[in-house]
Unconditional design. Structure first.
Length: 609
């Protein structure tokens, strides 16, 4: 009976309400009110979810640490990070004009510290007309190179994309630019031993001719040139949006690669060479033979790191160190017969960029410029080989060039001997004079930058653009591309600490402070080793430690979990989840000794954890 009465009462109330509404058909004020309430509820829910992601409570952090690990992660991606930081305050580097987050203690691009006491150098200006600042302290080689990143810029003039050089300090001969124009060789198919593209050394002209693939429309160029004027963070956010449409979902396209550590590079290049069609953009899970580890992120990171280290090793034969001052390397002139491997290396670089992996590669800026299709000039020799650049400048400035006894030829090493290569027909018998000095230096620059590595460069670029559309890289300069490929070169302990989650048992003990004191006292190499032990990679992501990810590309914060201490315990890393289990040591000395033991062992491998 009670149920019947309640139903009738409810029906009566609804009837009265309906009659009340019908009595005034023009009274619609209730609908906007209801709509506003619904919108308010939705907004509040979204704010609560966003707050929970960005500012996890102690309880949620504890849950993450206890439940291993991904199902309670923040649940957003690298793109979400950039959108959240879109309006964050930043400081502009006085050396290279790169925008850094306020908490960054050094410029992410050139390593300079914030310095408000630098003087302006009126004769050196950016494309915007804004003067660069002359540092009071001497610049490092890295900083000097970064200062040049905006010397060459693209612009739209009368509906044509052109290059312009923006600096008044150099004589015109030094800045005479050349591009590597990509021309399809119709006589060579895609299945040939070499890629169906020829690179041609051409004077700077149409700024679009240095790109692989079909010409871009004027509308696309307009958009790309606008994006190129934005800060790196905005460019990167745009890039991540584009990448989402290229990387194929793991549910539909996936592969598994099982490899041996001693042959990791050779097997990797063989695997990459055989990829066809959509599989080039598929997600791959990795496994090392004889090691019990499921690839939830760390195995993938370590695979990329080991392959990069192996292909960059001079003993592998693909790259050689050309600038010993910076230990940067370039394509090996003696490896022209290894086009297939260079194409696989190009695919390796492209896949790393797509998946957000950062590689320990110290490539010459010249190689990054070549990938972007940016102009090359005599000035770039100083980044390729500083000693050779000084020698060429001496030839230009010398009044007695004939006394140098130079000819239009160069000696090139081939295995254990040297061969003489002519720069012009019969160049070995043509003496360089003061009248022909510029011609000699120009031909030497072309030879060093391009001629001796043309075959290798064609193959590598073909591999990159097998996977990456060339237009995606247009907005970036060569230093920004290096940042995409290699990540941050140093480990910023403050950034690491700021983006670390810790269990309450650890935060409430002195061990947490001791740990960071020990890390701060480490040298750069030891910090990288510790990072590799904890995450599987020795490099910091482009976005800093806030950009650490798991296997699926979602953000996975670094975390430390305090464990009860018993004598002889060492820290244990769950690298797939960027987590470190840290015993609650009784004193700082014992903690220091435990960390030191980690450096004495090989930080790679997944046999224990």
């Amino acid at each position: 009976m009670n149920r019947t009465i309640m139903t009738m009462n409810t029906f009566s109330r609804r009837s009265i309400l309906r009659r009340g509404l019908n009595s005034n058909g023009n009274d619609m004020t209730i609908y906007p009110a209801v709509l506003c309430m619904l919108l308010l509820c939705i907004v509040c829910k979204l704010i609560a979810q966003l707050r929970a992601k960005c500012f996890p409570t102690v309880a949620s952090s504890e849950s993450l640490l206890l439940n291993n690990f991904l199902e309670r992660g923040p649940g957003f991606t690298r793109g979400t990070i950039e959108k959240l930081l879109e309006h964050a305050d930043r400081w502009k580097c006085d050396i290279c004009r790169f925008d850094n987050l306020m908490e960054a203690l050094h410029c992410h691009l050139c390593g300079a510290s914030p310095n408000k006491t630098q003087s302006k150098l009126p004769s050196e200006k950016l494309e915007s007309g804004e003067p660069l600042l002359q540092p009071l302290r001497p610049c490092t080689s890295r900083q000097l190179c970064a200062r040049t990143r905006k010397y060459w810029t693209r612009s739209l003039v009368h509906d044509e994309v052109t290059w312009s050089f923006c600096n008044e300090l150099f004589m015109s001969f030094e800045t005479q630019g050349f591009i590597l124009e990509a021309r399809r060789d119709e006589g060579r198919g895609a299945s040939a031993a070499r890629p169906p593209w020829n690179l041609v050394w051409c004077p700077v002209k149409d700024a679009g001719s240095g790109l692989y693939g079909a010409p871009l429309s004027l509308h696309v160029w307009t958009e790309l040139l606008h994006i190129s004027t934005l800060a790196f963070s905005s460019k990167y956010a745009w890039f991540l949006d584009q990448v989402d449409s290229i990387v194929l979902p793991y549910e539909t396209h996936r592969m598994r690669l099982k490899t041996q550590r001693p042959n990791v590079a050779t097997e990797a290049l063989n695997h990459l060479d055989k990829l066809e069609g959509d599989l080039r953009c598929a997600t791959t899970r990795y496994e090392f033979q004889g090691e019990a580890a499921i690839d939830a992120g760390a195995v993938q990171r370590e695979w990329y790191m080991l392959v990069a280290q192996s292909i960059a090793d001079e003993s592998f034969g693909l790259f050689v160190i050309t600038n010993h001052a910076t230990n940067s390397y370039y394509l090996n002139p003696a490896a022209g017969a290894r086009s297939v491997e260079y194409q696989a290396v190009g695919r390796f670089l492209a896949q790393a960029i797509l998946s957000g992996q950062v590689l320990p590669l110290q490539f010459s800026p010249v190689l990054f410029k070549a990938i972007l299709g940016s102009p090359l000039s005599l000035l770039d020799i100083q980044w390729l080989d500083a000693q050779m650049y000084s020698s060429l400048m001496h030839v230009l400035e010398s009044k007695d060039v004939e006394d140098l006894a130079l000819t239009f030829s160069v000696l090139e090493r081939q295995e254990d001997s040297f061969i003489e290569v002519d720069l012009i027909p019969d160049g070995a018998n043509v003496t360089v004079t003061r009248a022909t000095a510029q011609n000699y230096v120009g031909r030497m620059a072309r030879y060093l930058l391009f001629d001796r590595v043309q075959t290798q460069l064609e193959a590598l670029l073909e591999g990159v653009f097998d996977i990456l559309p060339p237009a995606l890289l247009v907005p970036f300069d060569f230093n920004e591309l290096e940042l995409l490929v290699c990540g941050l070169p140093t480990v910023d302990v403050d950034d690491w600490k700021l983006n670390t989650m810790a269990s309450s048992s650890l935060r409430n003990s002195q061990v947490y402070d001791w740990f960071w004191q020990v890390v701060e006292a480490l040298g750069p190499e030891e910090r990288s080793k510790l990072l590799q032990f904890c995450t599987g990679s020795s490099r910091v992501p482009v976005q800093g430690f806030k950009g650490l990810t798991s296997y699926d590309g979602n953000i996975c914060h670094f975390s430390i979990h305090g464990k009860d201490y018993t004598s002889g315990m060492y820290p244990v890393a769950h690298a797939c989840f960027n987590r470190l289990d840290l015993p609650l040591y009784p004193d700082k000395r014992t903690l220091q000794a435990a960390i030191d033991v980690l450096f004495q062992s090989d930080p790679t491998g997944f046999t224990l954890v």
